[in-house]
Each structure stands twice: as C-alpha cells, then as structure tokens.
Design a protein around this ligand. Structure first.
Ligand SMILES: [Zn+2]
Length: 394
C-alpha cells in the first residue's frame, strides 16, 4: 500500500464576463498579498498571517499562502521583482474547493472556487480525458483532494487539483502466469466478466443484467420526467430531479465496478482486459443525441471506476482494441451475427460454437485479443475448442 498523487488539470470553460472579473480580482488580490508577505520577510506562518489578514481573500487562499511564503523565502534565487511580475497561481487549501458532477449538462464537471470570505464561484470545468478515473475517485471519496491552484495561461483559466489515492503495488508475473479476465461493457448486461479455467473452458461467467435494466429504466424515467417538467417550464425542478436520479445511476455503476474488482480478487494473478473507450462510444446504440451521449457517459464512468478501483487493489488493467469483438466467434474467429441481442451465432459450419451467449462471446474475444497483443504468448483458438463445451449462463 502506498499513496499515489496526481495533479488534475481542469480547464474552466467559458467563464462569463462577471465570473472572469471575479477570477481576476482573486488572482490580483492574491498576488498583492503574496508580494506583501514576501517583502516583509515572513518566514513563519504567524508572521505571514499578520500580513495576509488584511487582504480581501477567502480563508482557504490565505491559509495556503501562509504555508507557501515561508517555503518561498527558503529559496534564495527568488527576488521581490520576480515575484511581482511572475504569474503565481492562486493556492487554496483543500477545504475550500468542491467538485460536482452533472452528466445531464454539456460540460459535466463543475468546480467551486473560493473568492472572498463567504463568497465563491461555480464554474464548468473540462478535465483531461486521461484523468477521468481520478475525478471518479475524488467524486466518490476514494481519492483525497490536496492543495488546489487557480492559474491563468494564455488567456485561459485552469484549476489544478492535487489528488492522492492509496494504491497497492501490482505484482509483475509473466503472461503465462496471468489470468486475463475479459470485461465486456454492454447495453443489456452492464458488464459481462469471465476468465478461462486451466482446462481453457470459460470459468465463472458473471453478468450484471438487472443493473443494466435498472440504468435503462432510470434513464428513460429521466427523459420523460424532464420533458414533462420542461413543458410546464419548470427548468429548475427538472435539473434538481436529474441530480437525484443520476446519483442513483452512479451508485449502480459503483456496485458493478466494485463487483468486477471483487471478481478479479478471486482469481490468481488477475489482469482485467477492457475495451478501448472510444470504441464503446462509436458502437453506441442509436437514438436521440442526449440519450446517446448519456449512455456514453455511463460507459465512460464505469470504465474509469473499474480502472481506479483495480489500481487501488493492485490489479493491472489492459486496454485492448475491441473492433469486431461482438461480431467475431471467440472459438474460430469467423464472423457471425447476433440472432437476438443476447445470442451470438457463428456462421462457420465447421465450428462447434453454433449459438452462444453474445456478451460472453465478446468477453472471451477480449481475452483472445489480450493474448494476441502479447508478442511473447500467441494463443490460438484451437487450443480451447477441444475442451470447450456449451456454457450455461444464467
Ligand atoms: Zn465459430
């Protein structure tokens, strides 16, 4: 177990004139306070406190500044002129800023930035796509927020959040010793997970189907309710209603992602094999734009949650290109088709597969994909076909 820390970069999206002015006021006042504390040689926190107390800043910025100035004075290379001209980030202790998530909005994430005492700004914020797992962990309370910084760069505003999560070291074993676990994220079953037993047969296939149904039901409830509320011009009610409903969906996703990691903990040297996220988005079912986007949101969330929870428990995650994993037969590699949503049919007359649970077929293909991507270990489908018989999936 050890702490892992990362600085998350959130770009503040199009702050309006009023909010941008407030950001500038905070930044300028902070620079003045920093400069004041610096030229008065405040090399202890209490000295810095005497100076910054008069500035019109939130307590979170003042506290961060008090911690920062004595450190800055230790650094001999710094001069007062440099400090005056330098574009120093505004620092905040972690009690001030808050993160919020509203997937129903075009920009999903929001940050609360302290301005003056008892006055703060909420701003929509765009995270880096590869830091989604950190945001999920922070939002769920599995990662801890540290110091935050407000920064202006080339006319754009950014909010940096330091986040720390406790992780286990992943043990490194050879590909031969690993047990890859295919994780298919889907429409009917929210996730389908299985690995191969030593004989090669699919072992312990697990599907989260009722959760998939519940997420679909909640999503449909959301759309019809919002439509009704909007017809009655109750935009505010529509938004509040959405918050509660999306929190319930989030709970379900956490149940599933936790279940997947628990599954992995039951097998020897597990490695979770998940499909590339862009593919999930492209492969999305049709429908109205919002529905499609929110659907993609649930997948992106689940993906990020699995990734960070696996990291917490020292379980490696491998992302593979899943092109055709739902259309290919896991045993012979031939293209087949879905008879119904839940049934895959192999079109190869020679193949023993015939009809197969479709999501499980996709999960097995992810395992094959993983082996194919490991140059040291090329696995052929025929290795398995002699052992493999029909798998009962409940
Ligand atoms: Zn086949």
């Amino acid at each position: 177990m050890g702490p892992l820390t990362e600085t998350l970069t959130l770009k503040l999206v199009n702050p309006n004139t009023h909010k941008e002015r407030k950001l500038r006021e905070t930044r300028d006042e902070y620079q003045r306070a920093l400069h004041g504390a610096f030229i008065q040689d405040c090399d202890t926190q209490s000295q810095a406190n005497d100076v910054v107390v008069d500035y019109d800043l939130s307590g979170y910025a003042k506290n961060a500044l008090k911690q920062y100035v004595p450190n800055l004075l230790d650094d001999d290379t710094y001069g007062a002129e440099e400090l005056r001209e330098g574009n120093h980030p505004v620092r905040f202790t972690n009690e001030g800023p808050t993160l919020d998530h509203k997937p129903q909005n075009a920009i999903e994430w929001y940050v609360k930035i302290p301005h003056y005492e008892d006055y703060h700004l909420w701003l929509p914020a765009q995270p880096k796509s590869n830091q989604r797992e950190w945001l999920e962990a922070l939002y769920h309370g599995d990662a801890e927020m540290g110091e935050c910084q407000l920064i202006e760069r080339d006319g754009e505003w950014y909010f940096h959040v330091s986040a720390t999560m406790s992780v286990e070291q992943a043990s490194s074993v050879s590909v031969e010793e690993q047990t890859p676990i295919g994780v298919d994220i889907g429409e009917v079953a929210l996730a389908t997970v299985c690995h191969r037993a030593e004989c090669g047969s699919p072992a312990n296939p697990t599907l989260w189907s009722s959760e998939g149904r519940e997420v679909r039901r909640l999503r449909e409830t959301y759309f019809s309710a919002v439509k009704r509320l909007q017809e009655r011009e109750s935009e505010r009610l529509a938004e509040e209603y959405g918050d509660e409903l999306w929190a319930r969906i989030d709970d379900i996703l956490h149940t599933v992602s936790r279940g997947i990691v628990e599954y992995a903990q039951q097998v020897d040297n597990p490695i979770l094999v998940i499909e590339d996220l862009t593919h999930i988005r492209e492969n999305m079912d049709y429908g109205q734009f919002m529905n499609r986007r929110l659907h993609g949101w649930a997948f992106a969330k689940l993906h990020a949650q699995i990734t960070y929870k696996a990291k917490e428990h020292g379980i490696p995650v491998e992302i593979v290109d899943p092109a055709y994993t739902s259309k290919e037969c896991h045993a012979c590699g031939e293209h087949g088709y879905r008879l119904q949503q839940a049934v895959f049919k192999c079109s190869n007359a020679e193949c023993w597969v015939g009809e197969y649970q479709a999501d499980l077929n996709a999960a097995l293909n992810l395992i094959n994909r993983y082996y194919a991507s490991c140059e040291s270990h090329v696995q052929t489908d025929s290795e398995f076909s002699s052992n493999e018989k029909e798998v009962a999936v409940t």
